[in-house]
Design a protein around this ligand. Structure first.
Ligand code: NI
Length: 352
């Protein structure tokens, strides 16, 4: 599973008053993990937020703020009443687990000793890792919420790494992340995810424009990049993409869908007869006309039409117009000339 970005609808440990508006913006951009706190809005409003998150198939989180026992128990009760998917934070596992029993909620408490407000994580790396090991051994604890950057005088990546290794369960790093370097450090250290709230709401994340949408777009782009997705969330125009190159018979990678690649190619004249042992290929004509020759017949594909050539079937594409622009969808392992060797064989493709 890739790194999880959890967008917190909170500022200074409180759920923001316009959380529903911010939530709609986040959901429309494709944010899949969204959290809030049980402080700042009435419980009925929090229920509406939770419902809106879950209706979109996203995962909801409630993070415990309070440091005293009674309010921590109250937060756990609120999490059950609201119906969130995951309860983040808190340190009183013995008091919280009975409240959560049978609710189906996942629970990610804080390892280590938490003091003060804003919270500080105290102890050495060894002590915090020992606390992590102890917590995850409890039935009903599904992961941990680590205040890594609230730990003074620590090597933070070392701390995250030690806690992830000790836990062997998902570790979410909460607090004080506001740029790609920190997200990358969290990712490399083995964490399952991280939260950003105030920094995005206040426009602190480096982004191309103003406002929350630009903030979330930048974070989603950076997370997609770290997760190794070739296609970040963002549209691509075919006219513009085809305009970036002029070489013929030289496919460019425009995106990736799991193991499949979307390639753009300009055809001119006839290609070479070939087939692919394993890969099926889709040819969709964007501009121009394409003739697909088979040994027993031919098909003409016009702009807006496509043809799928199954693996094992010999074929020879021919441009019927001077240049024919084609969108290909095929497994990333596909080589353009298949089993044939031709000077137009391309193994390393550029991206557009
Ligand atoms: Ni082919």
């Amino acid at each position: 599973m890739g790194l999880r970005f959890i967008f917190m609808l909170t500022r200074n440990d409180k759920t923001v008053s316009d959380a529903m508006t911010q939530l709609q913006a986040a959901l429309s951009l494709g944010v899949r993990h969204i959290g809030f706190k049980d402080v700042g809005l009435p419980v009925e409003d929090l229920k509406s937020l939770n419902q809106a998150i879950q209706n979109k198939g996203a995962t909801s989180y409630l993070e415990v703020v309070s440091l005293d026992r009674d309010s921590e128990i109250a937060s756990a009760r609120a999490a059950v009443e609201i119906g969130v998917d995951i309860l983040l934070g808190g340190t009183r596992v013995d008091d919280t687990l009975p409240v959560l029993a049978g609710s189906g909620l996942e629970y990610y408490p804080f390892p280590g000793r938490i003091t003060g407000r804003p919270s500080v994580l105290e102890g050495t790396i060894e002590e915090i890792a020992a606390s992590a090991r102890d917590l995850v051994s409890r039935e009903g604890v599904h992961g941990l919420d680590l205040l890594a950057y609230r730990s003074p005088d620590q090597d933070v990546p070392q701390l995250i790494k030690a806690v992830c290794e000790a836990a062997g369960k998902p570790v979410i790093v909460a607090g004080s992340i506001a740029d790609k370097d920190r997200i990358e450090a969290v990712h490399l250290a083995g964490a399952a995810g991280f939260t950003i709230g105030t920094a995005a709401l206040d426009g602190e994340y480096p982004a191309a424009g103003e406002g929350l949408e630009a903030q979330l777009t930048a974070i989603l782009r950076d997370v997609a990049d770290l997760n190794g997705h070739l296609s970040p969330f963002g549209k691509k125009g075919l006219d513009a993409a085809f305009g970036t190159f002029s070489e013929t018979w030289s496919p460019r990678v425009a995106g990736q869908v799991n193991d499949m690649q979307i390639k753009l190619a300009k055809f001119q004249g006839a290609f070479t007869w070939h087939f692919h042992e394993r890969e099926d290929e889709m040819f969709m004509v964007h501009r121009g006309r394409l003739l697909m020759r088979f040994r027993d017949r031919e098909e003409v594909i016009d702009a807006g039409e496509f043809i799928v050539v199954p693996h094992g079937v010999e074929h020879c594409p021919v441009a019927l117009t001077d240049i024919c622009e084609v969108v290909l969808l095929e497994p990333a392992t596909t080589v353009n000339t298949g089993t044939a060797s031709d000077e137009r064989r391309m193994e390393e493709l550029e991206s557009v």
